[in-house]
Design a protein around this ligand. Structure first.
Ligand SMILES: C[S@@+](CC[C@H](N)C(=O)[O-])C[C@H]1O[C@@H](n2cnc3c(N)ncnc32)[C@H](O)[C@@H]1O
Length: 276
């Protein structure tokens, strides 16, 4: 039988339980993200990279730097967010968006509230361009995320070619350039599609998101799951405030608000209409 080796012996940096607790508390207060007990290994490996980059030899010293430096606070958040996404993830939402746009020709604003590396807002933009038959529709798309690294990737709009494998040929040809030479194996979103989107850094926990007018459709998918129930409901209520009575809130596949009948009512699979 193999000897059980204490993780502290194996690990490059000492990582105490109280360091993990401090990470949890800090991330909760900055981003509202709740880390389960089981996430200590994930926290260690993601933050160990920051310790190496800054040449710091202990977690307690690193956490003191986070406390004192807003630059490192941003890196801390970037390191700990989970950014999994893909083009046309949960495809029924994009069919619903096309239907919504046909039925609501007065739609002017769509907000993609946790846009990660950009696949989701670009999927939204493709649908909008298709419905209106132009890259200059009367609809603005705002894509935001707390994580500055993923926003930079989204603005670049360059992806592995395999990430668009499942898109139909028409979409591949119309909306992407295929890389050649040293860019082979990559694709780049066409500028016209990119120009349809405004990328912004928004922490959903900041008191003001900066919207001056209503938002017709909010995609807020697969981010609420990282927040506790109370935070989810507080954010949902703020989003409902932004939506008009005919608006649409799009949730992620495991985010169910069917019981929140005071705020929203279901209008399809993980699709909601605000209660006004
Ligand atoms: C799993 S991804 C979901 C991406 C996309 N919405 C989708 O469903 O494919 C979650 C995203 O939420 C972002 N996020 C986490 N906490 C946030 C917060 N407090 N404010 C804004 N974005 C946040 C993360 O940076 C990450 O990019």
């Amino acid at each position: 039988m193999n000897a059980v080796v204490s993780p502290a012996v194996e690990r490059e940096f000492v990582f105490h339980r109280h360091d993990f607790e401090k990470v949890r508390k800090t991330l909760m207060s900055m981003a509202g993200i709740r880390l389960a007990d089981s996430k200590d290994g994930m926290v260690y490996s993601r933050l160990a990279r920051r310790l190496r980059a800054l040449n710091i030899d202990s977690f307690s010293k690193y956490l003191a730097v986070v406390e004192a430096s807003s630059v490192e606070q941003e890196q801390f958040i970037n390191a700990l967010t989970t950014n999994l996404t893909s083009f046309f993830r949960e495809p029924h939402h994009f069919d619903a968006l096309a239907r919504y746009l046909h039925e609501h020709p007065d739609t002017h604003t769509i907000w993609c509230a946790a846009s990660s590396t950009g696949e989701e807002p670009y999927s939204i933009a493709m649908v909008v361009a298709e419905v209106y038959g132009t890259y200059k529709p009367p609809v603005r798309i705002i894509a935001s995320d707390i994580d500055s690294n993923v926003l930079a990737t989204a603005k670049r709009g360059v992806y592995a070619a395999k990430s668009i494998e499942k898109l139909d040929t028409c979409r591949k040809q119309q909306f992407f350039h295929r890389g050649t030479g040293q860019n082979s194996g990559k694709v780049r979103v066409v500028d016209e599609l990119k120009n349809m989107i405004t990328f912004k850094q928004i922490n959903l926990h900041q008191p003001d998101w900066g919207f001056k007018q209503e938002v017709n459709v909010i995609f807020c998918r697969n981010v609420m799951i990282y927040f506790d129930k109370e935070t989810q409901l507080r954010l949902l209520a703020r989003m409902v405030d932004l939506l008009p009575a005919e608006g649409m809130y799009v949730a992620g596949h495991s985010e169910n608000f069917n019981l929140q009948s005071n705020l929203v009512r279901p209008m399809g699979k993980t699709l909601y209409r605000p209660v006004k």
